[in-house]
Design a protein around this ligand. Structure first.
Ligand code: ZN
Length: 423
């Protein structure tokens, strides 16, 4: 999939009115399923999602505001950011002063429509350019929001590319934003592109792609996949990948996972410039995956950062804000991070509780091969110390300063003595 093809997908998805639930998400996943064999999951309203529960489903038939002259001045059909997400149904006449309490605009960006949602309280509202808002004539306005907020489902998509082992890598993207291109149609398009590329490659790890509404979707997925989480060696959330900024990698909670080291290396090799930032508990679904009950090694890749670029959550985040080259570079980097994670040899100690007795096995100061016995001894101790099933030969080499070749040869020796196994 080229950058131009990713742009075409983004333009096709852009007008669809998405939210955390509803037909817009289904339509979006239906389009993605034409590119990759995506499985769609429907989870009923009220279902438990860790400490949360799946909300009512929201769908909109029409929503508009008519001015005192009878002209429609704000119309959901023209731009889906015009309606506050999760607005309850309304059919009313009211003076401008009363309507104004339900209007949202950006005085400092008078031509842009802001995006607002009101997910967890029964409210309604419209968003419009500030220039238009201050020019509204006084008088009585007619308001129509023909929305349905009722028991239904939360919809998420999942794509599993099998590998030779049980181990997996995870890519997660949020699918809940309406007409906003960078956030996160760019992440969705890059995930689809990467899935198509990696499907063809023989891999040790399976790769699982989750296309789910932000927060509640990831929580729902975690609730239903607790057993899967232990098999996941690492992964990424993907957001805002099409703008002009250099790629930024946000580290995992501990910052010293395999994915952190691999992302650092791949970004240094493949990009002119990149940035890295520490984990912080704000942003997208890396928050859920890294929470203490899971502590999954999931980093995040982005360009423009959450809340920090002016177009963020406004009508200016449209397809023309993105470029095909930026999407292509992002997909190259994501694919290479996943493949590098897959290529590394991950191992596990078979005697993880306390140091195994090497002397009894003839391994203490063993002269194996041509290696220096002192170095081999240290390599053995590092391997046994780091053998918690999350570390690779490269991790041990990087931490110990011993060459990867020596670490690998020592690991094979420990495998022969039933002290280590490959994951
Ligand atoms: Zn967002």
């Amino acid at each position: 999939m080229t950058g131009a093809e990713m742009m075409a997908l983004i333009e096709e998805l852009y007008p669809i009115p998405r939210s955390i639930t509803g037909d817009g998400v289904r339509e979006t996943l239906g389009i993605l399923a034409r590119h990759v064999p995506l499985e769609t999951h429907e989870v009923a309203t009220g279902s438990k999602a860790l400490d949360w529960s799946v909300p009512r489903e929201w769908n909109v038939r029409e929503a508009w505001v008519r001015d005192p002259n009878g002209d429609v001045v704000v119309d959901f059909r023209e731009h889906n950011l015009h309606l506050v997400g999760y607005s309850v149904p309304v059919r009313a006449k009211m003076p401008l002063e009363e309507l104004d309490a339900h209007l949202h605009s950006m005085p400092d960006r008078p031509d842009w429509i802001p995006w607002r949602t009101s997910l967890y309280d029964d409210n309604w509202g419209f968003c419009l350019p500030h220039a238009q808002r201050i020019a509204l004539p006084k008088g009585d306005y007619e308001v129509c929001i023909d929305s349905r907020l009722e028991d239904g489902h939360l919809t998420y998509g999942e794509l599993r590319l099998p590998g030779r082992s049980e181990r997996e890598l995870l890519v997660s993207v949020h699918t809940c934003h309406p007409s906003l291109a960078n956030d996160n149609l760019s992440g969705i398009a890059v995930a689809v592109c990467v899935a198509r590329r990696l499907a063809e490659i023989d891999r040790r790890c399976g790769i699982r792609f989750v296309f789910a509404p932000g927060t509640i979707g990831a929580l729902t997925w975690l609730e239903r996949n607790r057993d899967t989480t232990a098999r996941i060696e690492g992964g990424l959330t993907l957001t805002c990948l099409g703008d002009d900024n250099p790629l930024t990698y946000k580290r995992t909670y501990s910052g010293d996972q395999r994915i952190d080291r691999v992302a650092n290396r791949v970004l240094a090799e493949q990009t002119q410039a990149h940035e890295e930032i520490d984990f912080h508990p704000f942003g997208y679904d890396e928050r859920q995956y890294n929470s203490p009950g899971f502590r999954m090694p999931i980093g995040s890749l982005m360009r423009g950062r959450h809340g920090e670029f002016p177009e963020y959550h406004t009508s200016a985040d449209e397809p023309s804000f993105l470029s095909a080259t930026q999407l292509e570079e992002a997909s190259d980097v994501v694919a290479e991070i996943l493949l590098a994670m897959d290529r590394e040899r991950v191992f596990r100690s078979l005697q993880p509780s306390g140091e195994p007795q090497l002397g009894r096995r003839g391994l203490y100061r063993a002269i194996g091969g041509d290696g220096d016995p002192e170095v081999r001894q240290m390599a053995m101790l590092w391997l046994l110390q780091m053998g918690d099933g999350t570390r690779s030969i490269d991790d041990v080499a990087s931490r110990s300063g011993i060459t990867p070749a020596e670490i690998e040869a020592t690991a094979e020796l420990l495998v022969r003595h039933d002290l280590l196994e490959w994951c």
